[in-house]
Design a protein around this ligand. Structure first.
Ligand code: GDP
Ligand code: MG
Length: 304
């Protein structure tokens, strides 16, 4: 006879917050694997990414989301919609913010928190506390944040140094509904490796270019073939203008080569297999404003 274990909890938890506060870094720390790409560029995350974390007595399906921001393109509006839809589907929310030098509540946090449903249990995570030398300056901020809603818990952490992340998971597990595990034991994410191959290429571009280029780049994996001893991948990097293409390729193709080498390393680590990666750069004018191009590049409405 199979009996339900009333002690076991499971559910979906959306990681929500402004851009660049460390949502993806938190997902990676919780998973113990650098799955989601991270960079100092806002809007690094463009898709909702599921990562399944198991704790004693709980299965937590974390959803990384794009940071909600003032959109400047159709892509930006799509990212905000993706984040809001993930929040709407979640059993609980991990709301991530940071304490800046002035340590007052960011106006964006007030707006975003007001959007989270009243009945959705929310854990507040104050991230990047490693950047604050005198931790006592955080106390008034924590107190002020605590007045914004009735949080299930308020936890200062450093996602980058994996400090406090276990506590966050323990607290969020407590507010999940009771229920059995819903994912296979060895399942880490719902996205295929092919998706992460494209993301790892984009990550290297974000880390090595400036200004408008990170926002003008999309990576499309056009071929992904598993051979006995290696995986052979081809990807096209879409940019919006000729000048961007020139910069990305670099003198004698050096820039593109460096991007490819670094991305290949990340993919090999994930796959534990040798990878052959070929990159192409193509101008797809105004893809950030075209609904059909956005859909083709994987930024349309979520399939799930
Ligand atoms: P997201 O846009 O909210 O997903 O933020 P990311 O996870 O991409 O992180 C944005 C930047 O903040 C990256 O450069 C991270 O390395 C950095 N970051 C994230 N968490 C921490 C932290 O706890 N401490 C410090 N010092 N930096 C962090
Ligand atoms: Mg992110």
């Amino acid at each position: 006879m199979i009996t339900a274990n009333p002690e076991h909890r499971s559910g979906t938890v959306a990681i929500v917050g402004r851009p660049n506060v460390g949502k993806s870094t938190l997902l990676n720390a919780a998973l113990g694997q650098a799955l989601a790409i991270v960079s100092p560029v806002p809007q690094t995350t463009r898709n909702r990414i599921l990562g399944v974390v198991r704790r004693p007595g709980a299965e937590i399906a974390l959803l990384d989301t794009p940071g909600i921001h003032k959109p400047y393109s159709r892509l930006g509006r799509t990212l905000n919609r993706t984040a809001r839809e993930a929040t709407g589907d979640a059993d609980a929310v991990l709301y991530v913010t940071t304490g800046g030098p002035k340590a007052t509540v960011h106006p964006g946090d007030r707006t975003l928190l007001a959007d989270v449903g009243e009945d959705v249990p929310t854990v507040l995570v104050l991230n990047q506390v490693d950047r604050v030398k005198d931790k006592s300056v955080l106390l008034p901020l924590l107190a002020e944040l605590g007045t914004l809603r009735d949080f299930a818990a308020v936890i200062p952490i450093s996602a980058l140094h994996n400090d406090g992340v276990d506590l966050v998971l323990d607290e969020v597990a407590k507010v999940l509904p009771s229920g059995p595990a819903r994912f296979d034991e060895d399942m880490l994410t719902d996205r295929p490796v092919r998706f992460f191959a494209g993301e790892f290429v984009r990550e290297q571009i974000l880390l090595s270019t400036r200004e408008e280029i990170p926002h003008a780049v999309a990576v499309e994996v056009t071929s992904f073939q598993e051979k006995p001893n290696a995986v052979v991948i081809e990807a096209t990097i879409h940019v919006e203008r000729d000048g961007q293409k020139r910069i990305l390729i670099g003198k004698g193709g050096e820039k593109l080569k460096a991007v490819g080498t670094a991305a290949r390393g990340r993919i090999e680590e994930l796959l534990q297999k040798k990878v052959h990666l070929t990159l192409w750069v193509r101008v797809t004018a105004d893809w950030t404003e075209s609904e059909s191009a956005l859909a083709d590049l994987g930024y349309g409405r979520d399939p799930t």
